[in-house]
Design a protein around this ligand. Structure first.
Ligand code: ADP
Ligand code: F6P
Length: 457
């Protein structure tokens, strides 16, 4: 088969309860293409030299296996205990070990080999996220000349923070092997260009692209989005009450993987502060849906424990026989139900301390009834805040600031809610997930290679 689009990411969807921005976005973006998606099998295995076809999707899916040890050292280790904290400004959580780095390089070299052996000259490759920074370098070593694009779903690290790595100079060299580096925001692009500017091996060409040794790469922002119309229509579907008999009178919603980058402890503390000063008789709930993620990593165990303690404390302080202020749900929720939960919520809290984009913010806006919308309280440190300036912007490090925003949101007049929502919805619509993938592939296509892209749309 010639001219295929080959997507590579660590995570691939395995059931309908999608959680995590990358999987949700790509699942929606690929729904109407004939792309091939390659990712890690959810179960470890020793038959690591093969790709296995997974059936049951609208698109073709193949999985590579990771051994138990590779899951430990490549996925939980280098990807999630070194690069993730580095990119989320948590240098204090970086756990640098030589076995992590060697597993990361070994897995990338293997995936490069597995994919390279399947390639036709006109195929284009689109690698996703921080699990695959050296993938193009591995493929180039094998002589692959195909277009290879890369999209980083998480924040691009600051130049100074890269010094946390044992060989910071390889970060730029590896990225330069991709033909196109896609980032979430304009600030991410600025940080990436700053990295190249500081590197004597890099030279800027008149069109803004970067010549690095013998290759030329482009750096552009492509803000990721959601299937806006699809999500909005799920949200207004009639159905059984989402809470059953225990429907709270009014609630604020939070939906996040249980990650330390999401600022959940301050969110709970701010809600508690709001409860101290709320108008008499008001009994709002904070419905927090937070499925566990990367639980074998110490920092994730710590945040899980910390949050349980704070939730217990808030409920211990304020709960009444007919009122549980914090409803903390530690698992995934089907997307249709999630959409309806968003629609009925008076407000949504996004308190990320650092976040590539944050799709939850876009989902909440898309799910609202435009005639009576809720209020999005949004961290200035989420990528989405770069454009969604009409949300109620907060500093997630400042508990009082969040608590004040909750009070404002709970009593915001309808006219202001409508204005803010309409402005935010325009941003969500302009960055729809299909626009995101089309724009990325269009720019990749502008590179001199003869691929018939029309078949992907
Ligand atoms: P991240 O990529 O860091 O997880 P995003 O906010 O960009 O953060 O994306 C999270 C995605 O995962 C959203 O589409 C959200 O709806 C989904 N999600 C998060 N938690 C749950 C959950 N408990 N149940 C279902 N979907 C979830
Ligand atoms: O969107 C950011 C991201 O890190 C994705 O790369 C990843 O798929 C998702 O969050 C969830 O993380 P994980 O795949 O480790 O469960």
């Amino acid at each position: 088969m010639a001219g295929r689009l080959i997507i590579i990411s660590n995570r691939i969807p395995t059931n309908e309860h999608l959680s995590g921005g990358l999987v949700v976005a790509l699942h929606d973006a690929l729904a109407c293409t004939d792309a091939v998606w390659i990712g890690a099998h959810p179960d470890p295995g020793d038959n690591i030299e093969e790709l296995e076809e997974l059936i049951g999707s609208k698109y073709q899916k193949f999985a590579f296996r990771l051994t138990e040890e590779e899951i430990q050292n490549y996925y939980l280790g280098y990807a999630n205990s070194v690069i993730w904290p580095l990119c989320h400004r948590r240098g204090d959580l970086v756990d640098m070990r030589s076995e992590y780095q060697s597993a990361y390089l070994k897995v990338n070299a293997r995936i490069a080999r597995l994919v390279a052996t399947q390639l036709e000259p006109d195929d284009i490759i689109w690698a996703h996220d921080y699990h695959f920074l050296p993938l193009a370098a591995g493929m180039r070593e094998l002589g692959v000349k195909n277009r290879i694009g890369f999209f980083l779903h998480i924040p691009f690290p600051a130049l100074g923070d890269l010094s946390v790595l044992s060989k910071p100079e390889t970060f730029a060299a590896d990225l330069a092997q991709f033909d196109l580096i896609g980032l979430q925001t304009r600030s991410d692009v600025a940080r990436c260009l700053e990295m190249f500017r500081a590197d004597p091996r890099a030279e800027f060409l008149p069109d803004g692209s970067v010549k690095f040794n013998d290759r030329v790469t482009s750096v552009r922002s492509f803000p990721i989005g959601i299937d806006t119309a699809g999500f909005a229509s799920e949200a207004c579907h009639a159905g059984l009450p989402v809470f059953g008999r225990e429907t709270p009178e009014e609630y604020i919603i939070g939906v996040d993987r249980l990650d330390y980058s999401k600022g959940l402890p301050n969110r709970f503390r701010a809600f508690s502060k709001y409860l101290e000063t709320r108008p008499l008789g008001r009994k709002p709930c904070l419905v927090q849906i937070a499925p566990p993620t990367r639980q074998q990593v110490r920092a994730y165990q710590d945040i899980t424990r910390e949050l349980e303690e704070i939730a217990g404390h808030v409920n211990g302080t304020f709960a009444e026989l007919d009122w549980t202020p914090v409803r903390y749900i530690h698992r995934s929720v089907p997307r249709a139900r999630l959409a309806r939960l968003y629609r009925q919520a008076k407000a949504c809290l996004v308190t990320s301390l650092a976040d590539g984009m944050n799709l939850v913010a876009k989902e909440y806006i898309a799910a609202q009834n435009p005639d009576d919308p809720g209020v999005l309280i949004l961290s200035r440190f989420a990528g989405v805040a770069e454009d969604m300036t009409e949300a109620l912007l907060i500093n997630p490090y400042d508990i009082e600031d969040i608590a004040k925003a909750i009070a404002i949101a709970m009593d915001m007049p309808l006219s202001e809610r409508k204005e803010r929502h309409a402005a935010s919805l325009r941003i969500v619509e302009a960055t729809d997930v299909s626009t995101w993938s089309k724009n990325f592939l269009r720019v990749l296509k502008e590179r001199p290679i003869s691929v018939d892209f029309s078949r992907y749309f």
